[in-house]
Design a protein around this ligand. Structure first.
Ligand SMILES: C[S@@+](CC[C@H](N)C(=O)[O-])C[C@H]1O[C@@H](n2cnc3c(N)ncnc32)[C@H](O)[C@@H]1O
Length: 136
């Protein structure tokens, strides 16, 4: 498992907790902006992931989806949190909601994916997007 994290403080906290949990051999935390780190992983020709979980800055979701597809294989799953956000993503009024709207539209239309959004009640309605990659 590889986790990407921008905040140096959170990188340290995550590494400490992962080591304490005895998972240091299995989980790697890479520090930096996910955009650059994802590009590096494609460059490295890293083995495709079985599952990618997107849960960072919402503005980046459309880009993260494209990188995730490049790092997947047929049958891989791509999950993304906060796909509904109280409905604000349906008629977006800010960049964060607009990017999630674009992300959700891609999930619906992209022939490389079969996807759904599972609504969840977290005080307000939110949702987790679950997409299965169909092609290489
Ligand atoms: C909801 S938290 C998830 C934290 C942790 N990965 C987890 O699963 O518990 C979102 C994290 O995304 C990080 N983040 C925000 N923008 C990022 C970016 N451009 N690249 C990498 N990480 C980013 C934030 O610092 C924050 O720690």
């Amino acid at each position: 498992m590889i986790s990407l994290e921008l905040s140096e403080t959170r990188v340290e906290v995550a590494r400490e907790n992962i080591t304490e949990a005895g998972l240091g051999e299995k989980v790697e935390v890479r520090a930096g902006d996910a955009r650059a780190l994802l590009a590096e992983m494609v460059e490295e020709e890293i083995e495709p992931f079985d599952l990618t979980f997107i849960d960072a800055d919402k503005e980046g979701y459309p880009e993260y989806l494209e990188w995730s597809l490049r790092l997947s294989r047929p049958g891989s799953l791509i999950l993304a949190d906060n796909a509904i956000r109280g409905g604000s993503v349906i008629e977006p009024e800010d960049e964060s909601a607009r990017a999630t709207h674009e992300f959700n539209e891609s999930l619906a239309k992209d022939p490389r994916l079969s996807a759904l959004i599972l609504p969840l009640i977290r005080g307000r309605v939110d949702g987790i997007a679950i997409a299965r990659v169909l092609v290489d």
